[in-house]
Ligand binder design. Structure first.
Ligand code: FAD
Length: 389
């Protein structure tokens, strides 16, 4: 499937829309549907016990003790949403047009899948935690005691944000990273290597392979055991799509959709971290795994549910941010490893701005504490590299 419309057809506005998921994509989709005057039945099935809440603050304000709750604007009564919390979808019968759940079947005319993603865990039965839910964040926060030995696995966004909170709480922090530099997957080795100064209060060990997390510590591939009171694994997420096995809804890593969030099955859309959406920008099906995508895709997904054959394409310039080590980082676009780079460094040698380009065309921009450049960068991706400063 590419940007082309799926073959099957749906003629009318659905009477019953079921949304599976309980995060940002679900909250935005429900409010968008009602704003677009959808008056049919709207049912949300969420495996969590809370109404939809926001995840970025979990690793920032919640871990820092500044917030205990990150509820999203979502008033089920006002939106006339039949909100089924603590219910997990277990399958979809696309012929019968029924969602199977652990609390019974739910018939649908339109179905939106926004089941997000699940953190990857390492083998072993040691004290290993991941950070995805409010419960995860509150439990982790209570373990960040002065002097506690916290071992982070993965020197990327989650690892850096947890390190920030753990250091502020007075913990001793070690970070084990498989790659040669922090952020090597997201930013590449050259730029990632320049961020080492950010980790100066962390015992950062790169090119370090972890075999398992055991009760006596983290077991490395070379046989060393790194002792830990708590291990936080932040090595990425996998779209939560295993429950769709055998449904006929095409899944690669995420649920394959076109640029209107439509799957190959008429009347079934997917959005947010669970979706792998066609992007004309990159000519690929992309997993976004970022807040901006989960929120903005709701417009196209709602339009497709209400009219399968008309509506806007959704292919925004990718955007994400992270708050780490007292810095605010923002990234727009999508670079390739062979793009040209132009780097401006801060006084400590770390990157302040990185511009990636190909043939004079801006492909991506990274700014550190450079919010005032964000709009220019965002609107310039895909065009000639502009002047910054
Ligand atoms: C700690 C943390 C910090 C982050 N920080 C940033 C950041 O700084 N910047 C940024 O751009 N992005 C950040 N993100 C990513 C961003 O939060 C996600 O991209 C966004 O939450 C995705 O929203 P979603 O609605 O697609 O999925 P989710 O928010 O994951 O919601 C999916 C929901 O579906 C439910 N579910 C799953 N399977 C089933 C099932 N079978 N049946 C019923 N319900 C099910 C889940 O329980 C969950 O409630 C962060 C994520 C985390 C976890």
């Amino acid at each position: 499937m590419t940007g082309a419309a799926p073959g099957a057809t749906v003629g009318t506005t659905p009477d019953r829309i079921v949304v599976v998921g309980g995060g940002l994509a679900t909250a935005r989709l429900c409010s968008t549907l009602r704003r677009k005057k959808y008056v049919g039945h709207l049912t949300v099935v969420s495996g969590e016990s809370h109404a939809p809440y926001d995840r970025p603050p979990l690793s920032k304000a919640v871990l820092a003790g500044k917030r205990d709750d990150t509820a999203l604007p979502f008033d089920a009564a006002k939106l006339e949403v039949d909100l089924r919390l603590g219910v997990r979808a277990t399958g979809v019968d696309v012929d019968q047009r029924v969602v199977r759940t652990d609390a019974g079947d739910l018939p649908f005319d339109g179905l939106a899948i926004a089941t997000g993603a699940t953190p990857v865990r390492l083998p072993g039965n040691g004290p290993q935690v991941t950070l995805r839910t409010l419960e995860d964040a509150l439990a982790l926060r209570s373990a960040l005691m002065p002097g506690a030995r916290i071992v982070l696995i993965g020197a990327s966004w989650i690892g850096a944000e947890v390190a920030t909170a753990a250091l502020a709480a007075g913990c001793r922090v070690t970070c084990l990273e498989l790659g040669p530099t922090p952020f090597h997957n997201a930013l590449g080795d050259e730029i990632g290597g320049m961020t080492r100064s950010w980790w100066s209060d962390v015992e950062l060990r790169t090119s370090t392979a972890v075999r398992s997390v055991e009760p006596d510590g983290v077991h490395l591939a070379d046989g060393e055991i790194v002792p830990a009171d708590l291990v936080v694994t932040g090595i990425g997420v996998r779209p939560d799509v295993a429950w769709l096995a055998g449904s006929g809804i095409p899944v690669e890593r995420g649920i394959l959709t076109d640029d209107r969030c439509r799957t190959d099955v008429a009347g079934v859309v997917a959005l947010g971290d669970a979706a792998q959406r066609w992007s004309a920008h990159t000519g690929t099906h992309r997993l976004a795994e970022h807040w901006d995508e989960a929120g903005t895709a709701a417009t196209a997904a709602a339009a497709a549910l209400l009219d399968w054959h008309a509506g806007p394409a959704h292919d925004p310039v990718p955007y994400f941010w992270s708050d780490l080590f007292g810095r605010s980082l923002q990234y727009v676009g999508a670079h390739r490893s062979d793009d040209a780079t132009s780097i401006v460094r801060s006084s400590d040698g770390s990157p302040r701005r990185v511009v990636w380009s190909r043939g004079g065309i801006l492909t991506a921009w990274l700014g550190v504490d450079a919010q005032k450049e964000l709009v220019k960068a965002r609107t310039s991706v895909g065009g000639p590299v502009p002047e910054f400063d």
